[in-house]
Design a protein around this ligand. Sequence first.
Ligand code: HEM
Length: 486
Amino acid sequence: MKLGKVTTLTDNTQPPFKRPPGKTDDNDLPREPAAPGNIEHDRAALIGDPRNDENLIVAQLHVAFLKAHNALVAQGLSFNDASRTLRQHYQHIVVHDFLKRIAEPAVVDDIVSHGNRWFNPAAEPFRMPLEFSFAGYRLGHTMVRAAYNFNLNFNLHGGVPASLGLLFTFTALSGEVGDFKTIPENWIIEWENVIGTGPNVSNARRLDTNIATKDDEALFGLRTLTGETETPPDAARLPVRNLLRGYRMRLPTGQAVAHLLDLPVLSKDEVLAAAGDAKQVAALTAGGFESRTPLWYYVLAEAAHFHNGQRLGPVGSTLVAEVLIGLVRRSQDSILRQAGWKPHLPAAKAGTFELADLLRFAGVLGGTAPKPRTYKVKKGDTLAGIAKAELGNADRWPQIYLLNRAIIRNPNQIFPGQVLALPPTTPVGTIPKLYTVKKNDTLSSIAKAQLGSASKWPAIFKANRDVIDDPDRIIPGQILVIPEKG
Ligand code: HEM
């Protein structure tokens, strides 16, 4: 997958303009060129969903996913197999890392083992429950901090704090990349600051009924896409928007949802005890909201009450876990529809796979991506023999061949002393199908014979770009990989 290049600054020797050590140019999302006045296309990130370029932490996370994909391809996986492997490991992270941190693990395990009870992921038409999008999942609004440790330039230990305002500036969707063509090199993230357990890591705020800071521009001075502050003033305040949305959507109260789900219901006193300050207590009592609590506020009060803000309570856990697990169930190649699926990429703790493992695999956290294993060819070796000895399956020889196409011309001819890269030992993806080009073959005729339609030739071209320069020139004897689906 193509990465974007960061912009080099003219004076980049001192913070806050320094490039973090060890970071290459390939650290931005791929972008469209500048197109002043054209909000939709101006430096827009060329990714599946441009909303992932809304703030720098999410944008840099997307960069990490592109790098993880490329690391899988470098280990010999086809584009499709790399996508599937990454998607499935991401699903695992959502369920077993993210959800088990923010929700009650017993609720997560129950939905994984016994199925969804309240949210039907197979329903058509498919809809997102309002209780999730207008209340439960807006839990994130209390988790965000006003400023983060981001890298050696932007941090809370002597640098310029990476405020929410700045994090939203260096993206195309919210801030015109700070008027650079691509993100400047001093804004490459150092994930060691954001994830893990070190002293300088910015953890999420606790889940409670308060929002980062009352005067924060980013949360209380919301802007439109064209940069004007939202009006009237209440429309610019994120918590007010959340409460009004819930009201206008006629969401049930927190207590009503707890009753329906047959979960413990917070008493009036418990809701009041979870209130952030005296003003909140006054507003709750004035409106009778301590017994008919808006669902978003209730979910936060519940997290504060049951878990001291460390994770969601029973109602919040159910709303969020039902939907996210349901989405994973519905996803392409779902790990929850594949009995016995286990993560198999390198992890700090065998048998698990967390976001930190993915970032390490992508080469953006704690050093570089793991190097592929290699094998030095001995006299009498064949690719099938190496596949059997090293991968446990002689049939996997095409995977070794494809990984080393740059140095193997003919799979029947390998030479002692040649060093071959090996694919991962755990089988990932299907074994590629190979085809030897014959006289008078064209990509169209091969596509017709192998994929059932001549018009599918571009798929073969794409899968063999490393050995075909011109689609009209293929050479008898050349070995091509035939993609699974055209
Ligand atoms: C600095 C951080 C953030 C800002 C400035 C922000 C801002 C916003 C705004 C302006 C809306 C639309 C509000 C409305 O008109 O009703 C919104 C919606 C939402 N936000 Fe955030 N948000 C932030 C972080 C988060 C996080 C971390 C999460 C979850 C983990 C989250 C979850 C949601 C959800 C679920 C919605 C509703 C989306 C929908 O209607 O489909 N937000 N946010």
